[in-house]
Design a protein around this ligand. Structure first.
Ligand code: ATP
Ligand code: MG
Length: 403
């Protein structure tokens, strides 16, 4: 008997002709996630991946955070013979009983039709066997504390108890690339993670205002990008010097419009950079109504500077949901470090919440917007963010519950 990790994937099984591409990408990403466990060996089986290796707990924890994975289970692989299956099931239920579980059910699936019992027959016979072996437990088909799953295939049978839920979505790399506008806040890293969950590879852009913002504020953004990179591999991070542009806006534009003008400028720069790098979409952490710049009127005026699609994964999320997700994916603790980001410093006390196109265009007419965009672009420094090794990453289970 050997212990293996079974990896189940959902959505990608539905993708028809694209399916081989999705499976190949998921296989590559699984191997990447297991890179520090060189003995782990991933093989594809019908609609599943099977991972062998000594440390199944470590394998499971790494595989469970790969996008595209809907669930993982540590399974016993035995010969597809009733007696061997029954013994594995008995031992597995035994370990659950020791932890205080008292109810169970058996779920069987048989893809090998030459196995002498049908699935219901196998469940029934195993159920009776388990009741005899563990007289202290009862069957509960509706809400069992333990489900003993049995899958019988041509050359092997798997027996497993728990499935740990993965993030689902699509493997990173199947949906091209997006440029994430990353601040040091709570929202944008979560937005980046959710975009990756749709298979999007990330690049990131950050606007800083050194010396008005500190080196530590920049380091925080690098660290947040590294945490995201721990899910996907290296992420290029483009650092843009925003200081002069902000000073220029502050000197020449009405204070109440500062926020709107800054956001429009950021989007113009991000749009140009994305075009230069061949990146087809932008991503932000905006959420309707959260702050002055995120009223629908404001979003409309900000959005008007670009034709590049902007993904806003958090647009309908409540702050409490975003925070819960930030904690789950490991970015929260870094995001709440106190260092100021560029915008807070230059913000008026009463930003316009419903800016009009007319007033914004009037203010911009007094500025050399194209010159500011070019200056920002010529300041770009690229940092390659490598996967963070110490972050407490997503460990499986539901992402958030919408209340
Ligand atoms: P966050 O928590 O992501 O900072 P927020 O709720 O504070 O978001 P804003 O400060 O209005 O909202 O920013 C809205 C979005 O604009 C951010 O989610 C991010 O995508 C982008 N953004 C804000 N500041 C910067 C910055 N300095 N560099 C890059 N992008 C930024
Ligand atoms: Mg912010």
């Amino acid at each position: 008997m050997t212990e293996v990790v079974i990896v189940k994937y959902g959505e990608i099984a539905l993708k028809g002709a694209n399916r081989p591409v999705f499976e190949k990408t998921l296989l590559r990403n699984l191997r990447w996630a297991l890179r520090d466990l060189p003995e782990a060996r991933v093989t594809k089986e019908h609609g599943r991946f099977r991972i062998e290796g000594a440390d199944t707990a470590a394998i499971q924890s790494r595989a469970t955070r790969v996008f595209g994975v809907v669930g993982t289970s540590v399974a016993r692989a035995v010969a597809p013979i009733y007696e061997d299956i029954a013994l594995a099931a008995e031992e597995m239920l035994g370990s659950a009983v020791v932890t205080g579980k008292t109810t169970f059910k058996v779920e069987s699936r048989r893809s090998d039709k030459s196995f002498p019992l049908t699935s219901p027959e196998l469940s029934k016979r195993l159920g009776a066997h388990l009741l005899a072996a563990h007289p202290q437990v009862k069957v509960d088909v509706h809400q069992p504390q333990v489900t003993i799953n049995v899958e019988v295939r041509a050359n092997v049978a798997y027996v497993y108890a728990d499935t740990l839920q993965g993030p689902g979505g699509l493997p990173v790399g199947v949906s091209s690339q997006g440029l994430l506008l990353i601040s040091g806040g709570i929202d944008s890293p979560v937005a980046g993670w959710l975009a990756m969950r749709r298979g999007i590879r990330l690049a990131a852009i950050h606007f800083h205002s050194i010396p008005y913002t500190s080196e530590r504020a920049q380091k925080k953004v690098v660290e947040l990008t590294e945490i995201l990179a721990a899910y996907s591999g290296d992420i290029p991070l483009y650092m843009v010097r925003f200081t002069e542009a902000q000073l220029e806006l502050q000197a020449k534009a009405p204070p109440a419009l500062m926020m709107t003008l800054m956001r429009r400028l950021m989007l113009r720069v991000a749009t140009e950079l994305a075009a230069q790098k061949g990146i087809p979409a932008l991503i932000t952490g905006e959420s309707v109504g959260q702050v002055a710049s995120q009223t629908l009127e404001s979003l409309a005026v900000i959005n008007a500077v670009t034709c590049t699609p902007i993904l806003r994964p958090l647009i309908t999320y409540d702050k409490s949901e975003i925070m819960a997700l930030a904690r789950r994916i490991g970015t929260y603790e870094t995001s709440i470090l106190p260092y100021e980001d560029c915008c807070t410093l230059f913000l008026p006390r009463h930003p316009e919440t419903r800016p009009t196109m007319e007033r914004v265009e009037e203010a911009e007419a007094k500025l050399d917007i194209q010159g500011l965009v070019q200056d920002c672009l010529s300041s770009v420094e690229e940092i390659m963010s490598q996967p963070h090794t110490a972050a407490s990453l997503y460990e499986g289970g539901p992402l958030i519950t919408f209340s």
